[in-house]
Design a protein around this ligand. Structure first.
Ligand code: FE2
Length: 431
């Protein structure tokens, strides 16, 4: 039997080595140690790690690459970022939003990031960013899955017209219901917004993903309401709480009650370490709190937790490069979680776990799945996180859509030339 292509001698994320992956009609049709068959194209993985593509479950594509427009965030706080975004919004054009988003998607592809859940602000009556990103979604579909969240950045109740605009955005084809309860005028309004937004999701049969308790306020309680509504309305894993940074500061006794409630509801959680570590604790003298939510404790209770990037070069974060291994790497430090098991888990938290949260069909390196994959210059997932490994090759539906040369250093030490592969545990043959 002849296949379209075979990737030979790959290591898989589950540790299997020397695997061949055969591809036909854009799907994986065999994963075995040595496939005895012909293929139109053969790719030698040289023992490196072949993984399913990275998935970013929390991003803001309407704001990305806008750094410095119309000015920079001086305080570095979430609130100045929101104010700055409000200054930029009236200046946005459909073309500029789409152009920046498309440029970012190119960068994402080069990094093996082929699925993004992006929030899109619906507080502009023109729904300009919504229409631009719906356009982008169509244009990138051949190479990147883009899921959009209707996000009332300035508050579902607090911003006039946001409630109507959110429904309009959903009618236009935006996929997920968003919200920001901690930005409403009062705690009561925040809780009411969680209820209203979950009811919209339930009524429409959609997922709901709320920016939730993104503050240092130890008394913020919106995730409790979200868990309650997820349970009451039977949303389960269709409900997600993003950020949850206040949990870092909450009373430990209260958290001991809260976490089992979250687990019982079946809802998911998303932590965004790059942003949470830099935006939070800005009002603290020393010691300064970090804003990461309680990732290890939620994992221990079986709550699905994923890691997102949130922002790249925008009013909230001036760095970033569509590199989900950077996100995993930062989570290891910020949590901190340094056991081999936990570092290994961060790789899943930027691949398989967010793929499940997004509900991606045919994801993974398995027979029947889409032939979407990334070849990393690393011997295993821990090494990929450690090195933020080079994406040697990115494949979508069986076609190679990006290649990056291996990172090697040519050394000359006292006349002794050597070629150094940073993936130091990679097989000799791969060097
Ligand atoms: Fe966000």
């Amino acid at each position: 039997m002849a296949f379209d292509s075979i990737v030979r001698n790959a290591t898989l994320p589950d540790g299997r080595k020397g695997q061949d992956v055969a591809i036909a009609d854009g799907r994986i049709v065999a994963v075995e140690p040595r496939i005895e068959a012909e293929a139109a194209e053969t790719i030698d993985a040289r023992g490196y790690l072949l993984a399913p593509p990275f998935v970013d479950c929390h991003f803001h594509l309407d704001a990305t690459l806008s750094l410095g427009l119309p000015r920079l965030n001086v305080s570095g706080t979430l609130l100045e970022g929101i104010a700055l975004w409000s200054e930029l919004k009236p200046l946005l054009t459909h073309e500029a939003v789409a152009e920046r988003a498309l440029r970012y998607c190119d960068l994402a592809v080069s990094q093996g990031l082929l699925a993004i859940r992006s929030h899109v602000d619906v507080c502009d009556d023109r729904l300009l960013a919504v229409e631009a990103l719906l356009d982008v979604k169509k244009r990138v579909k051949p190479y990147l899955d883009l899921q959009l969240v209707a996000f009332p950045q300035d508050g579902y109740f607090r911003s006039p017209g946001a409630a109507r605009n959110l429904e309009r955005a959903l009618d236009l084809g935006v996929d997920v219901v968003g919200g920001i309860p901690h930005f409403e005028r009062t705690i009561a309004d925040g809780a009411a917004s969680v209820r209203a937004l979950c009811e919209i999701a339930a009524r429409r049969g959609l997922m709901v993903d709320l920016h939730c308790d993104e503050s240092d306020d130890p008394m913020s309680r919106h995730v409790e309401t979200l868990a309650y509504e997820a349970q009451r309305l039977g949303l389960g894993a269709r409900a997600t709480g993003s950020h949850l940074t206040s949990m870092h500061s909450m009373d430990n006794y209260y958290v001991s009650k809260l976490l089992p409630l979250i687990a019982e509801s079946g809802m998911c959680a998303i932590s965004n370490p790059l942003i949470n570590l830099t935006l939070q604790g800005r009002h603290d003298a020393y010691p300064k709190r970090r804003g990461m939510t309680r990732v290890a404790e939620m994992r221990a209770l079986g709550i699905p937790v994923a890691l997102g990037q949130d922002c790249v070069m925008d009013p909230w974060y001036s760095l970033g490069g569509a590199d989900m291994l950077d996100v995993a790497h930062m989570a290891v430090h910020g949590a901190p979680m340094t056991s081999r098991e936990a570092i290994r888990w961060t790789f899943d938290a930027v691949t398989e776990i967010p793929a499940r949260i997004l509900g991606l069909e045919g994801y993974g390196i398995a027979v029947g799945a889409h032939a979407d994959m990334v070849l990393l210059q690393a011997a295993d997932p821990i090494e990929a996180v450690r090195l933020r490994a080079t994406r040697l090759l990115v494949m979508r539906r069986g076609e190679i859509i990006a290649r990056t040369p291996a990172r090697t250093s040519e050394l000359s030490l006292k006349g002794r030339p050597a070629s150094l592969d940073p993936a130091s545990y990679a097989p000799r043959a791969a060097r």
